[in-house]
Write a protein that binds this ligand. Structure first.
Ligand SMILES: *[C@@H]1O[C@H](CO)[C@@H](O)[C@H](O)[C@H]1NC(C)=O
Ligand SMILES: *[C@@H]1O[C@H](CO)[C@@H](O)[C@H](O)[C@H]1NC(C)=O
Ligand SMILES: *[C@@H]1O[C@H](CO)[C@@H](O)[C@H](O)[C@H]1NC(C)=O
Ligand SMILES: *[C@@H]1O[C@H](CO)[C@@H](O)[C@H](O)[C@H]1NC(C)=O
Ligand SMILES: *[C@@H]1O[C@H](CO)[C@@H](O)[C@H](O)[C@H]1NC(C)=O
Length: 458
């Protein structure tokens, strides 16, 4: 969080620049100060909660429980996806300042993952979704394979390798995961929610990021064959990704082979994909037109769906779930609810979009993105260009930041006031439900808050 003094300093800098007759410097909007002070404390609480999910007593080192809940529901497993995205948050913390506690957790994660890559699994493949506390694989019936996991893990390991200086073990692990992605990228597989077999926007996005991170990594290591192979696969993945656009939104799944059906095609996983899967290169990034158009459609679907949203107090953002047709209540099937990771995804998307436009120096409204910009500036029209630092730009991004803050206010409002965050909060009364202290709920809160500060997580 910028201190009050630095905000004042930034404001006077802007004025000096204006007196000099130049365009004003663009600074990240400071937003709602009440939610900013909550955020500073919650970030520490959430990090502490993440620590308690790692290496719980009796587990193999590096085991990260999706939640410590062992019954109704039993989430006491290490999912490759949840672990990769959670440990990425810890790598990001390490990037901000060395910390031996965090470094040791990550080293344990590497050991746990190394074992997971070679232990026997039902799918006999790296797409095995979840592992037990002792490091062995889960062998019961499950939606498998889930091919996003190895790609997410590769990106996390590459980031850590860059910070730590790397090792031969890490290199072997990274290439193992990315070679798997290269050979399986277009196979039908289960989605991140573990319910649908098909081809998924989310999975392709994290694969593309993993592969392109891998191109940089392999190039740096002089492994040009690997770099070429990952680069050509990424190009094929990009063509696939382009095929998910459906006139006004990105659909979540194509070529569905089984699992729950989603008539709307709308799924917040598209936005999570933009947050964790894009590479700040404009390709389906949070500030890009098709992602923003999809955000508009998703928000209105949930605004109409939940009682909680129909009776929404001023100052709160729309409560957001996974997808409108969801029936999973956190323990069984009845009615789906809003999720903390999904509500956080909106906040993070908006903050990341603002950073992107500040970095780019401007943002231009298109036919596709107009429904998004029109929510925040009634004068927005196709072709309108907002130049970073201009009054119009500042008004626009202030409105968007306030809206992002309202999503965080929703998280704050429905969490337990002791800082706990379960998986879901009830669609009618807002009470938390589902697995308690879901590790990913905390990880997503940390990254949303980080993005609010104007420097999104790695
Ligand atoms: C969770 O589901 C199980 C079995 O489906 C059921 O027995 C139990 O009562 C449920 N618990 C809660 C808290 O809903
Ligand atoms: C590492 O970070 C955590 C969380 O911020 C903090 O509690 C701990 O004191 C730090 N440890 C070290 C060794 O720096
Ligand atoms: C790797 O670290 C260097 C600084 O040590 C940084 O400039 C670079 O952007 C990092 N690369 C990635 C892929 O994070
Ligand atoms: C600022 O955040 C607080 C705390 O969440 C909320 O109560 C208040 O309504 C927000 N203010 C605005 C203008 O959104
Ligand atoms: C925080 O609240 C949750 C949910 O009500 C509860 O289960 C948990 O025990 C509380 N934790 C602490 C440290 O008070």
């Amino acid at each position: 969080m910028p201190s009050f003094a630095s905000v004042t300093a930034a404001a006077s800098l802007v004025m000096m620049t204006l007196f000099a007759g130049e365009s004003a410097a663009a600074s990240f909007p400071s937003g709602n100060s009440t939610i900013a002070s909550w955020a500073a404390g919650q970030s520490d609480i959430s990090l502490g909660k993440m620590f308690t999910s790692i290496n719980p007593e009796g587990s193999a080192p590096g085991f990260l429980a999706a939640s410590l809940s062992t019954s109704d529901p039993d989430y006491y497993y290490s999912w490759t996806r949840d672990s990769a995205l959670s440990f990425r948050v810890l790598v990001d913390q390490l990037d901000a300042g060395s910390n031996s506690t965090i470094d040791n957790y990550i080293k344990d994660y590497i050991k746990y993952s190394q074992n997971a890559q070679s232990t026997s699994t039902v799918c006999n493949c790296l797409g095995e979704p979840k592992f037990n506390a002792d490091g062995s694989s889960f062998t019961g019936a499950w939606g498998r394979p889930q091919n996003d996991g190895p790609a997410e893990r590769a990106s996390t390991l590459i980031l850590y390798s860059n910070i730590s200086g790397g090792s031969d073990d890490l290199k072997t692990m990274i290439y193992k995961d990315l070679d798997y992605v290269t050979s399986t990228w277009d196979n039908q597989n289960f989605d991140l929610w573990e319910e649908v077999n098909g081809r998924h926007f989310f999975t392709y996005m994290v694969m593309r990021r993993g592969l392109l991170d891998g191109v940089d990594y392999a190039t740096k290591n002089g492994d040009s064959d690997k770099a070429d192979s990952y680069k050509s696969t990424a190009a094929n993945v990009e063509k696939r990704i382009d095929s998910f656009w459906q006139s006004d939104h990105i659909t979540i799944t194509i070529d569905q082979a089984g699992g729950v059906s989603k008539g709307s095609g709308l799924d917040t996983a598209v936005l999570i994909a933009a947050n964790v899967g894009s590479r700040k290169d404009g390709f389906y990034t949070p500030g890009s037109e098709k992602v923003l158009a999809t955000a508009v459609k998703i928000e209105s679907a949930f605004a109409d769906l939940y009682t909680l949203n129909k009776n929404k107090p001023d100052g709160l953002g729309t409560a957001i779930g996974r997808y409108p047709e969801d029936v999973y209540n956190g323990n069984g099937s009845s009615q789906g609810n809003p999720w903390f990771i999904c509500t956080n995804a909106f906040a993070e998307l908006y903050y990341r979009a603002i950073s992107e436009w500040i970095d780019a120096g401007s943002v231009k409204v298109t036919d596709i993105s107009k429904p998004f910009f029109a929510k925040f500036d009634s004068k927005a029209d196709t072709g309108t260009t907002y130049t970073a630092g201009s009054e119009e730009f500042n008004n626009l991004v202030n409105n968007i930041a306030n809206s992002a803050d309202q999503f965080l206010s929703t998280v704050h409002n429905y969490q337990n006031q002791n800082g706990s965050l379960s998986e879901q909060y009830n669609r009618d009364d807002g009470k938390m439900q589902g697995a308690y202290d879901l590790t990913w709920s905390h990880a997503s809160t940390i990254t949303a808050i980080k993005a609010k500060g104007g420097s999104p997580a790695l």
